[in-house]
Design a binder for this molecule. Sequence first.
Ligand code: MG
Ligand code: MG
Length: 278
Amino acid sequence: MGREKISLKTDAEILLMREAGLITAKALAAVKAAIVPGISTLELDAIAEKTIIDLSAKSNFKLVAGYHHTVCASINDEVVHGIPSKDRILAAGDLISIDCGAITPAGWNGDAAFSYLVPGGDVAISAKRQALSDACESSLWAGIAALASAVRLNEVGRAVEKSVRNSGRYGILQDYIGHGVGRSMHEDPAVFNYQTRDLGPVVETGLVIAIEPMITAGSEKVQILADEWTISTKDGQDASHWEHTVALHSGGIWVLTAEDGGEAGLAKYGVKPVPLNP
Ligand code: MG
Ligand code: MG
């Protein structure tokens, strides 16, 4: 955790980033609405791509060297970076995580992810998977809420970790973390999902970061599959991934990739997001 080059954004730039955030949110909502048993992850990818293009933006995942899709679609023991495929057909009870991002014509990025249980599976397995996804989602909101009043950035990681520990015996990935977002999808600073010895950079107005906890039902140990992208758990247990792009502007916190700006997710933490007015 040496010197990081954090590019702080002005309120005007954050307003432009909101456009990228909303387009990302709409693409994810369209994918979520399409998830049914029998659909392939490639079909979900096409839905995300069409949504982004119809909103005059582009997929920023496609700008990542060597990646040719609009979303990452990771099923069950896959944590992140699953490649969409016509051969990956969703079954009832699968736990699917979709990660997606958009870049606007003005060059600003959004990045967000959700996990979702494909309806209709075995009741006991589904309950366990839903609890895992809920624990991951809660930890995301705990981290976002912590950012609202954080002095040092790792207060976010501490809050994420605490929330995960309070939810159950889950693993937290160590080598995959959140990041700054701006003109690039991945910028400084590193945003850990756990407490670090270094408290991290001082949190300043204009910080825009992707907070993205990745947790597992068993060990936190992961492996890269033969496709050289997909990250799966070593022990074969399930995993979940949730992510939002979040801005701190002159008036407060704003979840750029949530259609409601983070209102519902932050309510239980007594934090009220503050939308900027154009
Ligand atoms: Mg992402
Ligand atoms: Mg990200």
